[in-house]
Design a protein around this ligand. Structure first.
Ligand SMILES: C[S@@+](CC[C@H](N)C(=O)[O-])C[C@H]1O[C@@H](n2cnc3c(N)ncnc32)[C@H](O)[C@@H]1O
Length: 238
């Protein structure tokens, strides 16, 4: 059973396991396949500002920056230990990414500042009420017409995937993973105000079905305060 810290669950449930996160995810989830597909879906090379919520060790952000050197790529995670790993990977790859320690349900950004918000393997860590608050925050920080792209455990698409999903449910709690495996994430996106919601891909993994979703913030959504400058501080409204 994962150990909930103040405000977040560590990447593999326990701090002591965090250094094993990258090798484990690489071999068990077809990581490069689903993360590349997520960036394709998000049209990352045509965007200026992205946020990765629950960025963990920063793999997705680094892949995004490799596609577009002009991209302002910001990662948010509640766990300082996992951000330290992301920081050292960014230094090694000489990539410019900004990493911020904060909780996904209380983001330190101004309204409407991101073109895309991405989230990979994070929503299943949250309780229902944390998911709802997080989706409201994602909606708030996206510009009208902006897009939310998610990769996370989805509804198992066959018996084998249902059996394999059991280990994730056991490790990450049956309550927190229920909305994922019962296929309820699209309904939660819709309840938040997103439109044009779709499941764009499914990957069979050793932990069950991994689904990709996309959702749009309507162009008609409330006006926002967008800063002209693209510094991290301006996005944070400071
Ligand atoms: C399974 S890891 C996924 C990391 C990365 N996105 C990936 O795809 O490899 C989930 C991440 O979500 C973060 N997380 C969990 N709850 C959070 C919260 N309430 N606020 C911010 N980050 C959170 C954890 O610290 C962890 O790094």
């Amino acid at each position: 059973m994962a150990r909930k810290k103040a405000g977040y669950v560590p990447a593999l449930g326990w701090d002591i396991l965090t250094p094993l996160y990258d090798p484990l995810v690489r071999v068990t989830t077809r990581e490069m396949g689903f993360k590349s597909r997520l960036l394709d879906e998000a049209g990352i090379d045509k965007t200026a500002r992205i946020l990765d919520v629950g960025c963990g060790t920063g793999t997705l952000l680094l892949l995004a920056r490799r596609r577009s050197k002009s991209l302002l790529a910001i990662g948010l995670d509640g766990d300082m230990n996992v951000l330290d790993i992301a920081r050292s990977k960014a230094r090694r790859d000489v990539e410019q990414i900004a990493l911020i320690q904060a909780f996904c349900f209380d983001m330190p950004f101004a309204d409407g500042v991101f073109d895309r918000v991405l989230s990979s393997l994070m929503l299943h860590h949250l309780t229902r009420s944390e998911k709802v608050r997080t989706l409201q925050e994602v909606f708030r920080v996206l510009r009208p017409g902006g897009e939310f792209h998610v990769a996370d455990w989805g509804q198992p698409h066959n018996l084998l995937m249902r059996m394999l999903a059991f280990s994730v449910r056991l490790g990450d709690s049956f309550a927190r993973t229920a909305d994922n495996v019962k296929g309820r994430l699209p309904a939660l996106f819709r309840d938040t105000g997103f439109e044009k919601i779709s499941e764009t891909a499914r990957f069979a993994t050793l932990f069950g079905t991994l689904s990709l979703y996309k959702a749009h913030k309507p162009l008609t959504a409330a006006a926002h305060r967008r800063s002209g400058s693209a510094s991290v501080h301006s996005l944070m409204g400071v």
